[in-house]
Design a protein around this ligand. Structure first.
Ligand code: AMP
Ligand code: ZN
Ligand code: FE
Ligand code: FE
Length: 280
């Protein structure tokens, strides 16, 4: 059966691998298609497309846009985004600028807690001038010996709701959905389990939510079953993926969560039927 992994990160956000390496690993895992879904940046796509073509694998251009609802982190995947859409690129540039300011705020909070890491130590963790994020803070805390694993950094300080946590973006999820639709993309709510509130999923449907990431490396079997039923009831497309981050996240190699290629076909079918792009 043809399989696809629809959630991976590269070194343009908080993964550690190049787009070429992600394609190589997807090929080695026996996948037919892979989506690159970096946080708030589309930079990996052109490199990945060339590598995918050479490897005989299909690249699905995507992203994972940060948003928040009442201070709670919400991640919106966008598939088949059109990178040429200038307005959307501008919005992403603003998100990335905001990410830098947010990391400075988080560093200040950590310093107030007695963890004297510097901005330089954090920003030097991001080697490709892309979208900086919490895993870079976690790596800096680890390098200083303040924590013994990155998981500990999240559990004690920077995880959702932690003492040094600040939401990734003040953008309401409904606005992220609209931005993705306007850029020709398909908005899919990522890893709903981390929301701890299924009601929000239903609330986003009238705002244009198209899909739900039912299958995810962080979803136990009972959650998958619940989200399968929810997606059916709400008429949402289903997607899934590993959320691969290279060395920045353990236990989720490429292809460890995958979906039948039929779900990719369903995304493409939706895209054909909805001319969402407002691009000239
Ligand atoms: P950011 O986009 O800066 O909010 O960072 C989000 C990223 O942090 C996610 O994609 C994960 O890679 C990582 N992350 C979030 N929560 C945790 C956690 N509890 N443990 C480990 N990594 C996490
Ligand atoms: Zn990430
Ligand atoms: Fe995410
Ligand atoms: Fe992700």
């Amino acid at each position: 059966m043809k399989l696809a992994d629809l959630h991976t990160h590269t070194h343009y956000s908080d993964g550690t691998d190049s787009p070429q390496r992600v394609i190589e690993l997807a090929k080695a895992a026996g996948l037919s298609a892979v989506a690159i879904t970096d946080h708030d940046i589309l930079n990996g796509h052109s490199e990945a497309a060339a590598a995918a073509q050479a490897a005989g694998l299909e690249l699905i251009p995507g992203l994972e846009m940060s948003a928040s609802d009442a201070g709670r982190e919400v991640h919106m995947l966008g598939f088949f985004i059109e990178a040429s859409h200038a307005g959307f690129q501008q919005q992403l540039a603003e998100q990335r600028t905001r990410r830098i300011a947010r990391l400075h705020e988080m560093i200040a909070r950590l310093q107030a807690l007695g963890l004297t890491i510097t901005p330089e130590e954090v920003f030097s963790q991001a080697k490709h001038q892309g979208a900086v994020g919490r895993p870079h803070v976690a790596q800096a805390l680890l390098a200083r010996g303040y924590v013994s694993t990155t998981k500990e950094a999240f559990d004690r300080y920077i995880g959702n709701g932690g003492p040094a946590y600040i939401a990734g973006s003040p953008l309401p999820p409904a606005i992220a959905i609209r931005a993705i639709l306007e850029a020709g993309g398909i908005p899919v709510l990522a890893h709903p389990i981390y929301l701890k509130d299924d009601a929000l999923i239903e609330q986003l449907v009238p705002h244009g939510l198209v899909g739900l990431e039912v299958y995810h490396s962080g979803h136990p079997p009972e959650a998958v079953q619940r989200y399968e039923q929810l997606a059916e009831r709400l008429g949402l497309l289903k997607t899934g993926g590993s959320d691969y981050h290279g060395a920045n996240k353990e236990g989720a190699p490429i292809g460890s969560t995958s979906v039948p290629y039929a779900l990719v076909e369903a995304l493409k079918q939706w895209k054909r039927e909805h001319r969402t792009s407002t691009c000239a």
